[in-house]
Ligand binder design. Structure first.
Ligand code: BF8
Ligand code: SF4
Length: 634
């Protein structure tokens, strides 16, 4: 049906009907309006790197088979591709830098509203990166850890990035050294990549791609340190039970969505809200209800059990419920369209960061020095807005699913520990060796309206479950699974194959949780893809293999952002096969396409493949896992 073509999310479909009724154009309409796409842009052979352009590759026209400067299709495609990576690495690493700076200021006693919440994680991270802990104060260790993180961004001596060297096994580090893609300075690599791809600079597609992979590793480094330091500041999540989808918005409460990526803000909003229920009651509501959209939602879900409202493509629809009083946003993946939609309602869009403002929305500069006060000010805006809510415009879809989340690597291993106290990771490997499961798959990334919303995520996961694949997820993929009932025990009963069910039965028996384990383990936000990488490295160590031999595969069924491209690229460099469910603007150069889908495997063991049909994609992922298992047995 037409609805299935838009989304598989029942709540979203209801809201899209409502949008149609009131004549509001959503991102779904705008996506349609962009069709048909320009083939040059769509396949990557449009160059706008200098303003002689845009140059397009017109193979049949004399003189048209290259850009004005003489750049061939492979140069143009390679340059365009790695510039996406530069954008993604900038976003992730700047997020990490912000956390590191905050942690340093905490240790220096400059910030009263933040503290080291998880000193055990601090000690583990300190040991991992070689910071002395014996007989030292928490503040001193914290300073050294924070400074080590900040040093990654600007060090001027040749020293490999610490969060890469301390998280990778030797065989992988050797691959990174041999291919000369080991970075020593995050900011430098990003800047150098922009230089490398300036007009009249590097024309060699292989060299450009290697520059891109070096920067993608900076993306990894920035997110790995962001995860570690966020855990230190806010705690390392443990299993929590909550709910997901627009039904988590409550008609009788002041509803505030935290949307964006940075937990420095959302954690404070959650904390402040707990102290302000009386103010909400004074305004006539029964309390305050915080819900999450996109990755900052995943952050506060993991650590505070905050419900998921929705994911990227359907963010506008949360406002269409008529019951969203404020949406507080920080950075990344926030649609500029939110403001005009909010104008049809009483909803306040509050931007908070100096690099992310939306014309016409309310800007409240978030100040870490007065974080709780800033958060309270935002919540008071929401309470004020609530007073203007028009009950006649409220229609909240009665759709939500139970979610069991909070699976940081630590909390996942704690469950494995109940089955194998001496060697928790062995639980997964035993299940693989016994043929119960075929391996592990990571779901990551976004929504992309080049296909129906959440359809690829859901279908790939159902197929892999049937084929006994153990699944972990981050980002908007994880939020889709929350909404669609894959983050709970019923998901196992409904979709898992017999082997996978056996493993779950063993785990559930020993886990000692009040609820059954979920079909897919929610590992957090997109920066928490570092947790999944730690998992595969742990498996490699235990199996005595290199990363590229572990039965592990990653998928971004609905990849969209530059960040997703960066994540996919470091996954390849670190040895992981990566499925992408949309055809990226790379296929305009057979050479570049072959490099990333074929030659990459010879060099890194990891490679990309594009498959828009989710059933076929899952089939190929299963084949990859089976092939790796087969090779490991001979
Ligand atoms: O960092 S998955 S749409 S929200 S980019 Fe954005 Fe993509 Fe969602 Fe999170 Ni990640
Ligand atoms: Fe055209 Fe070359 Fe300029 Fe690109 S860099 S726009 S191909 S002249």
């Amino acid at each position: 049906s037409e609805k299935e073509k838009r989304t598989v999310d029942v709540a979203a479909a209801q809201m899209l009907d409502k949008a149609q009724e009131i004549g509001f154009l959503t991102t779904f309409d705008r996506a349609k309006a962009q069709e048909p796409r320009c083939t040059f842009g769509n396949t990557g052979i449009c160059c706008r790197i200098c303003i002689q352009g845009p140059c397009r590759i017109l193979p049949k026209k004399p003189g048209g088979n290259k850009g004005i400067c003489g750049a061939a299709d492979y140069t143009i495609v390679a340059r365009n591709t790695v510039r996406y990576i530069a954008g993604g690495a900038s976003a992730h690493s700047d997020h990490g830098r912000h956390i590191a700076e905050t942690l340093l200021h905490v240790a220096e006693g400059k910030l009263k509203d933040y503290q080291v919440t998880d000193p055990d994680k601090l000690m583990r991270v300190a040991k991992k990166i070689g910071v002395e802990t014996e007989g030292r104060s928490v503040d001193d260790i914290t300073k050294d850890v924070a400074n080590a993180a900040l040093d990654e961004f600007g060090r001027m001596h040749e020293q490999d990035l610490t969060w890469i060297t301390s998280n990778c096994i030797d065989s992988r580090l050797a691959v990174l050294h041999n291919t000369t893609i080991m970075p020593t300075n995050i900011n430098l690599s990003i800047a150098q990549l922009l230089h490398q791809t300036h007009v009249g600079n590097d024309a060699d597609p292989v060299n450009i791609i290697f520059g891109g992979l070096k920067t993608a590793l900076c993306d990894y480094d920035g997110m790995a340190l962001a995860t570690d330091l966020s855990d230190i500041l806010f705690g390392t999540g443990v299993p929590v039970v909550t709910e997901a989808n627009l039904g988590a918005i409550k008609a009788d409460k002041v509803n505030i969505a935290v949307h964006g990526h940075n937990p420095l803000l959302s954690q404070m909003v959650v904390k402040a809200a707990r102290e302000m229920n009386d103010e909400a009651k004074a305004a006539g509501a029964s309390g305050i209800n915080i819900v999450g959209i996109c990755c900052t939602g995943n952050e506060v879900l993991t650590r505070e059990g905050v419900a998921i409202a929705t994911n990227f493509a359907t963010q506008e629809l949360a406002i269409l419920t008529g019951a969203m009083d404020a949406m507080v946003v920080d950075v990344q993946c926030i649609m500029p369209s939110l403001r005009s939609l909010a104008e049809c309602y009483h909803t306040k869009i509050v931007t908070t960061m100096p690099i992310m403002k939306i014309p016409g929305s309310y800007h409240l500069a978030f100040d870490e020095h007065h974080a709780i006060d800033s958060a309270k000010e935002i919540i008071r805006l929401a309470i004020d807005a609530y007073k203007n809510r028009d009950a006649a415009k409220v229609s909240i879809p009665d759709v939500k699913s139970t979610v069991v989340a909070g699976f940081t690597l630590e909390s996942l291993l704690n469950i494995f520990k109940k089955v194998n106290p001496d060697n928790p990771i062995r639980v997964l490997i035993d299940a693989i060796e016994a043929g119960e499961i075929k391996g592990v798959a990571l779901f990551a990334g976004c929504n992309n309206l080049k296909g129906p919303h959440d359809y690829n995520h859901l279908t790939v996961a159902q197929e892999l479950a049937k084929n006994d694949v153990f699944m972990v997820a981050t980002g908007c993929a994880a939020q889709c699974f929350g909404k669609e009932g894959l983050l709970n025990g019923e998901g196992v009963q409904k979709y898992a194959g017999e082997g996978l069910k056996k493993l779950f039965a063993r785990l559930n028996e020993k886990a000692g949780l009040t609820t059954e384990l979920p079909l897919v383990f929610h590992m957090g936000s997109c920066v928490d893809n570092s947790r999944a990488q730690e998992l595969v490295t742990l498996m490699a160590k235990e199996m005595g293999l290199d990363n590229a031999e572990v039965p592990y595969v990653a998928t971004a069924p609905e990849a969209m952002s530059e960040k997703a491209i960066a994540i996919g690229s470091w996954n390849v460099a670190l040895g992981n096969p990566v499925h992408v469910g949309v055809v990226p603007p790379i296929v305009g150069s057979t050479l570049v396409n072959d490099i990333v889908t074929k030659i990459a495997e010879d060099v890194f063991g990891g490679f990309f493949f594009w498959e828009t049909d989710p059933v076929k994609a899952a089939g190929k992922m299963v084949e990859i896992l089976e092939e790796r298992n087969w090779k490991n047995r001979i």
